[in-house]
Design a protein around this ligand. Structure first.
Ligand code: GLC
Length: 635
């Protein structure tokens, strides 16, 4: 093993305990503590350390110039000691004590001969490029000048390589922007990669998604600290960067390292709760699109899923089945008053739970976990459908609420004061349609409409069929507020005046109708497309794509738009923002081939519906009007 002291052995962290066993999930039995450091080779991060891929000097310092190598500049030669990510051990229990990286340059040469299963082209100067990538590049060039072609070319240009393999896409790549302006937009964000990954999956380019899944899985295991505190081990990073650093003890050679940010460097030190949930969702989509189930069946991947679930399902002080998080823990990653139980996280959580259940290998050790997961799915779905839902009828009910009810069967369970219903909502709520509110806490309903949470509630079937249609009805009814000149408004309405001052802390980036505070984000097009196709109403998404198509390319693919009607490119919006490009492409592809959207959405689960009906039947105030299955669901 050449990696010396910096080697990271994911499998070794599971030590003698069977990595795939989760029997001790709730019992916390020491031998099943999968993160026991005694078994592990976790290292505290000092500067830049993580899974490494050495770029070795072969002879005569010929690799010195790698220090200034652009990771996307694939025209120079290099040798890399990392193995194909899918050759990693841990795939089978028999291999569980082997390490993840290969040993020698000669092996690396072999690997480069068959990079991710692709044949490679050798150039005279020794450089390599997978030949299908070379052909991709040329075919993109010859396809003409349409907006989609440009988008594909830009997406391909945004690809980040690690040890010669594509592992993700950079958040933004504006050729005219100087690097000092880019903040962390030169990183691969987990959430931003999801539309890129979906675009590649829909195009049949699976390698990059597989690599992304497996490399980010490696990052999940690192010990991370924020000052002296370590967050839970299942946490996935918000983003990572491929850095080229001098090789330890050899200043004439460099190596590439994957350097993750778990929020400890992020503005506001926000925790990326959504990353792990998106990771599970992408993993399922990868399996469904590619037909390759071997990735989700790997022991290390199964363990990764369980680690995320363990973190999400851990007991706390919560009274609600919704996930309790701090402000800024998702796409809205700065203070916007969404701490508590924001809808976006709940929709992703539900989707990840359903997806994980589909992928978890049945085994005795997982019984407790599966039971906890099933219970949570039912409780989460009941809670959201019952208490987050508003339409005109429900609003009127809240308007007439009594307060201070101390009893088990209170109608106004959360002690909501009707005065919380803002004047804008009384006017805004259409006769036909409804939506899930943004957040629910004791004595607090955040009535703002948050788009991603609502769209993903449709996609994940967290919303009932009736509610899903009502959400789309509302989108149609409120088109000029939610789409107007550019789809799709991130939330409606914006916080203004005193509310903006108190809730955002007078955030100059989140001024009214800008950025997260009522700005419009083209990336949301792809979630809109999946939701509309699922409900058999693709024309709504097609109309929104038409609106976007008129401006996106001409405006250089901005990250977001400002003003009430999205008339301006956002004040501080990055241009050539990858997830704007990918979101547009996924939406386009899905409208062309709507069947593919099945690989992304979660079907309504008959057993959950049945369980909810049984709960509804025992509650005289609530009749769900849904088909009751004969089979009884045992909770
Ligand atoms: C901003 C967005 C966040 C995104 C990141 C990179 O911080 O709020 O959602 O992941 O930019 O594009």
């Amino acid at each position: 093993m050449m990696m010396g002291t910096t080697e990271i052995v994911r499998h070794a962290i599971f030590g003698a305990a069977p990595a795939h066993s989760f029997a001790g999930f709730f019992a916390n039995t020491p031998q099943l503590d999968v993160h026991s450091k005694a078994h592990g080779k976790y290292r505290r991060r000092s500067s830049s350390f993580v899974s490494r891929c050495s770029v070795s000097r072969m002879s005569n310092n010929c690799f010195r110039d790698y220090r200034v190598r652009n990771i996307n500049d694939r025209s120079r030669s290099f040798k890399c000691q990392c193995q194909r990510v899918d050759d990693a051990d841990g795939m089978t229990s028999g291999d569980a004590n082997r390490t993840w990286f290969t040993e020698s340059v000669s092996q690396a040469n072999q690997i480069l001969g068959d990079l991710n299963g692709q044949k490679v082209i050798s150039f005279e100067n020794g450089s390599v490029m997978p030949n299908n990538e070379a052909s991709n590049h040329s075919s993109y060039k010859t396809r003409g000048n349409s907006i989609e072609d440009e988008a594909w070319r830009l997406l391909q240009d945004s690809v980040v390589y690690y040890c010669g393999s594509p592992v993700g896409t950079i958040a933004a790549k504006d050729p005219s922007d100087s690097s000092s302006n880019c903040l962390n937009y030169d990183q691969v964000f987990i959430r931003d990669f999801i539309p890129s990954g979906m675009a590649f999956l829909l195009k049949g380019e699976y390698d990059i998604v597989r690599n992304f899944i497996l490399h980010t899985l490696q990052l999940q295991s690192w010990e991370k600290t924020m000052d002296c505190h370590s967050p839970g081990q299942g946490l996935m990073p918000a983003s990572f960067k491929v850095r080229t650093v001098p090789l330890d003890g050899d200043d004439s050679a460099t190596e590439e390292v994957l350097d993750p940010d778990f929020g400890e460097a992020a503005i506001g030190r926000v925790a990326p709760v959504d990353s792990g949930l998106w990771w599970i969702i992408l993993l399922r989509a990868y399996g469904k699109c590619s037909g390759d189930l071997s990735v989700q069946e790997r022991i290390d991947v199964q363990t990764g899923i369980k680690m995320i679930l363990k973190l999400c399902l851990a007991d706390g002080f919560d009274m609600f089945p919704t996930l309790l998080v701090t402000d800024g823990s998702c796409m809205i990653d700065r203070r916007m008053g969404i701490h508590g139980h924001p809808l976006e996280i709940q929709a992703l959580f539900y989707s990840a739970l359903l997806s994980a259940r589909e992928m978890l290998a049945p085994e005795d050790g997982s019984a407790d976990l599966i039971r906890a997961l099933n219970n949570r799915l039912i409780a989460l779905s009941f809670h959201t459908q019952e208490y987050y839902w508003v339409d005109k009828r429900k609003l009127n009910e809240i308007y007439r609420y009594k307060q201070e009810e101390y009893s088990y069967d209170a109608v106004n369970k959360f002690n909501i004061y009707p005065d919380q219903i803002s004047p804008w909502l009384v006017e805004w709520m259409p006769d036909k349609g409804g939506y899930f509110i943004g957040n629910l806490q004791p004595a607090h309903m955040d009535f703002r409409f948050f788009s991603l949470g609502n769209l993903w509630s449709v996609v994940s079937s967290l919303a009932t069929t009736h509610q899903s249609h009502a959400i789309l009805d509302l989108i149609e009814a409120k088109w000029s507020d939610l789409v107007a000149d550019m789809p799709f408004k991130i939330c409606y309405p914006a916080l203004e005046g005193q509310e903006w001052r108190i809730i955002t802390g007078s955030d100059p980036k989140n001024t009214p109708w800008s950025y997260h505070n009522g700005g419009s984000w083209p990336t949301l097009l792809w979630q809109l497309a999946v939701a509309c196709i699922k409900m058999n109403r693709p024309e709504i998404a097609a109309k929104a794509i038409d609106v976007a198509e008129r401006r996106l390319a001409a405006d250089k693919w901005p990250e977001y738009y400002d003003t009430k009607r999205a008339r301006f490119i956002g004040k501080q919006a990055h241009l050539y923002q990858t997830w704007s490009i990918a979101g547009f492409l996924v939406a386009k592809l899905l409208i062309e081939k709507p069947d593919a959207a099945r690989n992304i959405w979660n079907d309504e689960d008959a057993e959950i519906v049945n369980a909810l009906n049984i709960m509804a039947d025992s509650n005289p105030r609530r009749k769900r009007g849904r088909k009751v299955l004969k089979k009884t669901y045992i909770v």
